[in-house]
Ligand binder design. Structure first.
Ligand SMILES: Cc1cc2nc3c(=O)[nH]c(=O)nc-3n(C[C@H](O)[C@H](O)[C@H](O)COP(=O)(O)OP(=O)(O)OC[C@H]3O[C@@H](n4cnc5c(N)ncnc54)[C@H](O)[C@@H]3O)c2cc1C
Length: 816
């Protein structure tokens, strides 16, 4: 009798490093009745030919954390699973050529140290002590990561496979999955030529084949998987005598270098060098009908395309002259999957129940260890240890079509080491979703940004103000937008201003028992009929999953509104928890929003419509503006007297025109952010994330411990309240503002100790202060305490503020 498995708890499709690491981590957690299917031999996709470089460095907190975990794990894996492998911890030097690059390095170093990683800046003059072959005359800064190195990707995968098998998990090689069927029970049947496997959960870990595997899930709610296959090359030189001699003398390999401004890495391979560029003139594959993806590309490569690398080879030869002395040994040109932002997809598959994704890895060798852990957390617990929104597949919604994905992949690959400045809006993949007011906004000087694909004005340029992309390539606050933000804040405060805000995520929730259901889901209380309030959804640990604005039209008739980017995440989160008889419908595209803000907003709205403008804060009403039906909410994220005006999408142009014609100044998202931070209003996935509990987030006023209903996390939050939170939300102001505002995850220091981190920062024009929101050790969260915040290479003194808005602490203006 065949011993082919017919049931499993989880089936993983794909035996690259990521799929195998997921299997290993599941098995380590005791989920050993899991099966991995690999259509060829393990590693047949991108894994076998990867260079195997393993940095800690990442310009993203969640990804760096994942890489940190991988490297810690790889250091002991050979012993843990008894499978020897080649893993060289050589250290690596990152070379910077500009002031901005040095600031980026300093920022990542500070974050890394907060994570316990020994990254540091070294003197340029000391470079020779680390790697004597590198020219340094034109450098601005050098970052040293002593734990960087390279690992053999095939051996790593086999080691993980051995670990998984030893624990009892199954790997079926040469066994392609050929399709899936979902049973009414929600279970999956994964089909193969050797038989079907019925399982509770399925994972698409098919690497660059993930889009093809994703097609099978479309009948069950799936979407086109937003990935593009790029060609990525590195070449290996023959032996270089000087390198061989240095290695012999020092008994180790030279540390790798990454010349990030020139966009390549160069590392020792045996006694030669391995040069791997991310070239601007990069190439996508298998994106057109004339170039279809082959049915099987196992262990294959693309033809060499050295011409594309010429500029990089010459640049590297100038940087490391011994490179020019060696002949080319071998070139590797392989497929590598890119999500639009170059970050992997790890988490629930959008639209589909009991299905997950772990694919689109551009650095899957270094991320594989951590990704396996994260994927196992999703599968076993339905939540992750650290917030992984940066890699959540639901961050892309329906705007991510094939054109978008390809143009973004080309942009992202060509700028793999690019710096992500806070005001830089990358040009590819734009104009996917336009407001009916788009042309009017552009005619008014709007400088646009994309929010879940929707174009919104960030700021409005006046004649002569610099609107070039180059002007945005700075970490600093000063820039052409500064004067604009200030004048827009002034208008939205002392006068009246309007922000056109399409794409606010919004769902209807209806059905008998809707209110009672909501009470069992949110931590707090519901608004009365005719009113609105904020509801917080927490996970079983009391951590913040999402914040939703609850609008109550009737007893069991609600609108739920959330951030634009949360559209799919929140919809699925809510839908998956609904009880029978309740209906939730996504109506985001049917509506649009205008925020009308400022002391004179009541006068203006009185001129253009028939709303009752005497009703209080947090009231809602139906009204008419310029003959169009609207819904007016008495709320303003900018913290001034103001209303949100919600209109049918098709009426948004008429309503906006009436408001503008009546004298409202247009304002943008940058001004709104500058205003909300002065009020201490939190943003989703910055200040509000699953990294923090609702109590830590300073939201106790939104918890009703005494309500009869249970809600997820209630017990956990109660326990936390009894023992006291270790860290607490804080508002900091800088005693002397630096040239920049504090970015996300800058360490907060007390002496030499890391005592917290910032979650957002901006300049408050009404209070004339640089402000940071963050999390601070509870005992230090006392108004007046002096701390320091480390960012972009500086340590700035900041003062802890009282737990109240910096601007209008009594809310007199917003309630006027
Ligand atoms: C030239 C090059 C150099 C690179 N260098 C590095 C580096 O230095 N460091 C680094 O971190 N990353 C590097 N990468 C990236 C790295 O190779 C990938 O990120 C990583 O291998 C992805 O692993 P994976 O498991 O997601 O996908 P894959 O390794 O592609 O595995 C997917 C597997 O799924 C299988 N599969 C597909 N369809 C089916 C099906 N229907 N049924 C069953 N099995 C299926 C495939 O056969 C394949 O084995 C490099 C990539 C390239 C191209």
């Amino acid at each position: 009798m065949s011993d082919f498995p017919t049931t499993a708890r989880v089936v993983i499709i794909g035996g690259g490093v990521v799929g195998v690491s997921t299997l290993y981590h599941l098995a380590k957690e005791g989920w050993t009745d899991c099966v991995l299917l690999e259509k060829n031999e393990l590693t047949a996709g991108s894994t076998w030919h990867a260079a195997g470089n393993c940095p800690n460095f990442a310009p993203n907190w969640a990804v760096m954390n994942m890489q940190r975990y991988s490297l810690e794990m790889y250091r002991t894996l050979a012993d843990d699973v008894d499978y020897p492998m080649n893993y060289h911890v050589t250290g690596a030097l990152r070379l910077g050529h500009t002031k901005e690059r040095k600031q980026e390095f300093e920022q990542v170093c500070a974050q890394a140290r907060a994570m316990g990683l020994p990254l540091e800046m070294i003197g340029i003059e000391d470079m020779k002590d680390y790697n004597p072959f590198v020219a340094t005359h034109d450098l601005s800064g050098v970052l040293w990561d002593p734990m960087d190195g390279d690992i053999d990707p095939a051996q790593l995968t086999q080691a993980l496979a051995k670990g998984a098998r030893d624990l009892g998990a199954r790997i079926e090689r040469f066994c392609p999955a050929t399709g899936v069927t979902q049973k009414p029970s929600g279970e999956w049947v994964v089909h193969t030529d050797k038989g079907d496997i019925t399982c509770d959960k399925v994972v698409n870990a098919a690497g660059y084949y993930a889009a093809r595997v994703g097609e099978w899930f479309k009948p069950y709610g799936g979407r086109d998987v937003p990935l593009t296959v790029m060609s990525h090359q590195y070449f290996l030189t023959e032996e270089i005598l000087e390198i061989a001699a240095w290695t012999k003398e020092n008994g180790k390999k030279t540390p790798m270098i990454r010349d990030v401004d020139s966009s390549y890495y160069l590392r020792q391979d045996k006694n030669g060098l391995n040069l791997g560029p991310y070239e601007r003139n990069c190439k996508a594959h298998w994106t057109t009908k004339d170039d279809p993806m082959p049915h099987d590309f196992s262990f294959q490569l693309y033809p060499d395309d050295l011409e594309r690398l010429e500029w990089y080879i010459e640049d590297a030869m100038a940087r490391v002259p011994v490179l020019g002395t060696a002949g080319v040994g071998r070139n590797i040109n392989g497929p590598i999957p890119y999500a639009p932002d170059g970050l992997p997809m790890i988490g629930p598959m959008p639209g589909v129940t009991n299905a997950y994704e772990a694919h689109s890895f551009t650095f899957g060798i270094v991320q594989g260890g951590g990704a396996g852990k994260v994927m196992a957390e999703w599968l076993i617990h339905g939540e992750t240890d650290i917030d992984m929104w940066a890699c959540d597949p639901r961050r892309y919604t329906d705007y991510a079509d094939a054109d978008y994905c390809e143009s973004k992949a080309l942009e992202t690959y060509g700028h793999e080491y690019g710096m992500h400045f806070p005001r830089k809006n990358w040009p590819a993949g734009r104009d996917k979703k336009l407001s009916p007011n788009h042309t009017t906004l552009i005619a008014s000087g709007a400088q646009m940004g994309a929010y879940n694909g929707w174009e919104r004005a960030n700021w409005f340029a006046h004649d002569g103000e610099d609107t070039t992309l180059e002007a945005t390539e700075t970490w600093e606050r000063a820039g052409p937008w500064n004067a604009a933000i200030e004048r827009e804040v002034t208008a939205a405060t002392n006068d009246v201003a309007v922000l056109d805000m399409p794409g606010f995520s919004r769902y209807t929730l209806t059905g008998v028992g809707a209110a009672e259901w909501l009470r069992t889901q949110i931590a707090g209380a519901l608004p009365k009929v005719g009113r609105m309030n904020l509801g917080y959804f927490t996970d079983t640990r009391g951590r913040i999953v999402t914040e939703v604005t609850i609008i109550r039209w009737a007893d069991d008739d609600f609108w739920l509104m959330t951030a634009a980017v949360a559209q799919w995440h929140d919809f699925e989160f809510l839908r998956d928890r609904l009880t029978s008889g309740l209906t939730i419908t996504d109506i985001t595209k049917d509506w649009s929003t205008h925020i009308v803000s400022g002391e004179k907003s009541r006068d203006l709205l009185g001129q253009v419509g028939d709303a009752d403008l005497s009703t209080g804060w947090l009231t809602i009403q139906d009204a008419t503006i310029a003959g169009k039906s609207c819904k007016l909410f008495r709320i303003n994220f900018g913290g001034e007297l103001g209303w949100e005006v919600h209109t049918a999408f098709d009426d948004a142009a008429t309503v906006y025109k009436a408001i503008r014609d009546a004298g409202a100044t247009p304002f943008g998202m940058y001004a709104l952010n500058a205003m909300r931070i002065e009020k201490g209003y939190r943003t989703w996935k910055g200040d509000l994330s699953t990294d923090y509990t609702l109590l830590e987030g300073g939201m106790e006023r939104f918890i009703r411990f005494d309500k009869p209903q249970d809600f997820p996390g209630k017990a956990s939050l109660l326990a936390e309240k009894q023992r006291g939170s270790k860290k607490m939300f804080c508002t900091l102001t800088f005693d002397t503002p630096a040239a920049a505002d504090a970015p996300y995850m800058s360490p907060i220091m007390f002496g030499d100790e890391v005592v917290g981190e910032t979650t957002s920062g901006d300049f408050g024009y009404r209070v004339n202060k640089s402000i940071a929101l963050g999390m601070l050790r509870a005992d230090l969260n006392v108004p007046g305490t002096k701390v320091e915040v480390a960012f972009y290479g500086a340590r700035l003194t900041a003062t802890v503020q009282a737990d109240q808005p910096l601007w209008d602490p009594e809310n007199a203006r917003i309630k006027a």
